[in-house]
Write a protein that binds this ligand. Structure first.
Ligand code: CUA
Length: 156
């Protein structure tokens, strides 16, 4: 079968690009630990505020330096608005919404998730440096969108 010289060249270039992307994604995921926000679970937005872990949102200590933060996003605030952990802690965020789509972007980190009603979004982050890490809702969710923020306080 005859394949034009230019066509063959572009086919080879396409294969090289695909292999490069596959290597980049594998290195990012396995060697650098970069994770995509995973939809952790499905919940019923009608009942999520009264039953299950989001009925009492907040910080739970699993072991020294290991925490889970259950955060409820709703129009137009996060519950809780603030959590405090010591430096060196790894916090796994579990966030859901009981009304409309919200966002969760934690400044200075790679924690950046969409918060969708009916779904729990999950990401972990290790806070090595003390300080205040503010988070904002970055999906437009209505009149009070600009008031949706909160803080992770990391103490020395
Ligand atoms: Cu919630 Cu914007």
């Amino acid at each position: 079968m005859h394949v034009d010289r230019y066509e063959r060249g572009w086919m080879i270039a396409a294969v090289i690009m695909l292999v490069s992307f596959a290597v980049a994604v594998t290195v990012a995921g396995l060697a650098l630990g970069i994770q995509l926000p995973a939809p952790e679970a499905r919940v019923n937005p009608q009942t999520v505020a009264v039953q299950g872990p989001f009925a009492a949102p907040g910080l739970r200590e699993l072991a020294p330096g290991r925490y889970e933060a259950f955060i409820m996003a709703q129009i137009w605030f996060f519950n809780p608005r603030e959590i405090t952990v010591p430096a060196g802690s790894t916090v796994t965020f579990y966030i859901t919404s009981q009304d409309v789509q919200h966002g969760f972007k934690l400044e200075g980190t790679n924690v950046n998730m969409m918060i969708i009603p009916g779904q729990v979004s999950k990401l972990s982050y290790t806070f090595t440096e003390p300080g205040d890490y503010n988070w904002v809702c970055h999906e437009y969710c209505g009149l009070g969108h600009a008031a949706m923020f909160g803080t992770v306080k990391v103490t020395p």
